[in-house]
Design a protein around this ligand. Structure first.
Ligand code: AMP
Ligand code: MG
Length: 408
């Protein structure tokens, strides 16, 4: 049996970034940068005032209070008409360039102005209320590296540096296939013996959330030719992900169908719970995944194996979800040898975070995923006592509940 790390390593070693495309700046939000960004200008470009007040020479105030001659006025968007000499000040506004010779600004509320004179009451330090040139970015700085995921702050920085378009990793196109005679797809009432198709939709959503473009291949019945035909249709995408039909039952035909379509396959028993066997292989240079059928197993194996592969295809450097440490709020047992990825809620506590199981951990209990803030990683044959620390993979932005919140 492979460890999760071994299986993930084997998958990632067979996946390479898809390449880049140039998009308009705002369309780059949520995408992965595919070029280094070297600042072509300093920010700010020149020393600028951070207050409305008077630009002056700090040395003139060395002995405390002083009267200065106001020799001009400079607002944001204009240039000072002249340099400052000794004993001189210039009216200045936030964001305006400092005149030559000035090295400090005194806020207007700290002076008494009268006609073309201004009285400064106290000593002003050099650099006071001045944003030095390059305070944020110096020209030539490497400000963003390829592989960096772009958020609103990065978009702002790219705009500041004049990038109307930017190179980002191509989004992986991912085809999702569900298999099973029992499945009634969305829009059809399940007939006798049928159940609703869950996995197509949770997996399509997981693809989108991971930054991919999702393609729905629908439901294939448990017939070899039918599955093989859908697998071939999936070759329009960069990645194929199927669910169900990967165990050893006589109706578990996904592996054989993938092989008939020409895939080179590995079946792994991965030492984890939920999610027994997973199939991974290559078909025409594309990664193909056969995930287990139970809705929680499908989602958790997607999280652990497919998502990092999609992030790598998109060119991201950080492939895995962030992890946090939390204390068990009640005992958490993981009987059996396999490592558990157990659904937990996270709670705010005095010294950090607390974690509590969402309830029954059955792999068909999808509401345990709905409730989960994260997956607690618990070694096999382990009973974590209340108060003990464990590691939790964050499934959503950390918005911990208060410690006394119970699952509804
Ligand atoms: P299998 O691996 O095909 O034996 O499927 C394992 C379990 O997952 C069975 O109870 C299936 O009915 C269920 N299952 C398989 N595919 C889906 C799906 N797309 N949506 C919901 N449940 C599914
Ligand atoms: Mg089945």
């Amino acid at each position: 049996m492979l460890t999760v790390e071994e299986a993930l390593g084997a998958i990632l070693s067979r996946v390479e970034p898809l390449g880049a495309e140039r998009v308009e700046l705002l369309a780059a939000l949520g995408r992965v940068l595919a070029e280094p960004i070297v600042a072509r200008r300093a920010v700010p470009p020149w020393p600028a005032s951070s207050m409305d007040g008077y630009a002056l020479r700090a040395a003139d105030t060395r002995d405390g209070g002083v009267d200065l001659a106001v020799v001009g006025r400079v607002a944001a968007g204009s240039l000072p008409r002249r340099a400052l000499g000794r004993g001189e000040a210039m009216r200045i506004f936030t964001g305006a360039p400092l005149p030559e010779g000035a090295d400090a600004v005194v806020p207007q509320e700290d002076v008494a102005a009268e006609g073309d004179r201004v009285r400064v009451a106290a000593r002003v330090a050099r650099g006071a209320c001045v944003r030095p040139a390059g305070e944020d970015v110096r020209a030539g700085d490497l400000v963003l590296e390829p592989g960096h995921a772009l958020g609103p702050a990065e978009v702002g920085l790219l705009a500041t540096l004049g990038h109307a378009r930017v190179a980002v990793g191509r989004r992986p196109r991912v085809a999702i296939l569900s298999t099973g005679n029992e499945l009634a797809d969305l829009g059809t009432e399940p007939g006798p013996g049928q159940i609703a198709n869950t996995n197509t939709y949770s997996l399509l959503a997981q693809v989108r959330e991971a930054g991919g473009e999702a393609l729905n291949l629908g439901v294939a019945p448990d017939r070899l030719e039918a599955i093989e035909a859908r697998v071939r249709a999936g070759m329009a995408a960069d990645v194929l992900v199927s669910s169900a039909g990967v165990s050893v039952g006589e109706l578990d035909l996904v592996r054989e169908a993938l092989a008939r379509a020409g895939a080179e396959l590995h079946l792994w028993q991965v030492a984890m719970r939920p999610g027994k066997p997973i199939t991974f292989g290559s078909l025409g240079g594309r990664p193909v995944f056969g995930l287990p059928g139970n809705p929680v197993s499908a989602m958790v194996t997607f999280e652990l194996f497919v998502r990092p592969a999609l992030r790598k295809l998109a060119g991201a450097r950080a492939l895995e979800r962030p992890r946090v440490r939390a204390r068990a709020l009640a005992p958490i047992a993981n009987p059996g040898a396999r490592r558990g990825y157990l659904r937990v809620t996270l709670h705010r506590e005095a010294g950090g975070l607390g974690a509590r199981l969402t309830g029954d951990q059955g792999s068909a209990i999808l509401r345990s995923m709905v409730a989960a803030d994260g997956l607690a990683v618990v070694p096999g044959d382990t009973r974590v006592a209340a108060g003990e620390e464990l590691e939790v993979i964050l499934l959503r932005p950390l918005e911990p509940r208060a410690a006394d919140t119970e699952r509804s």
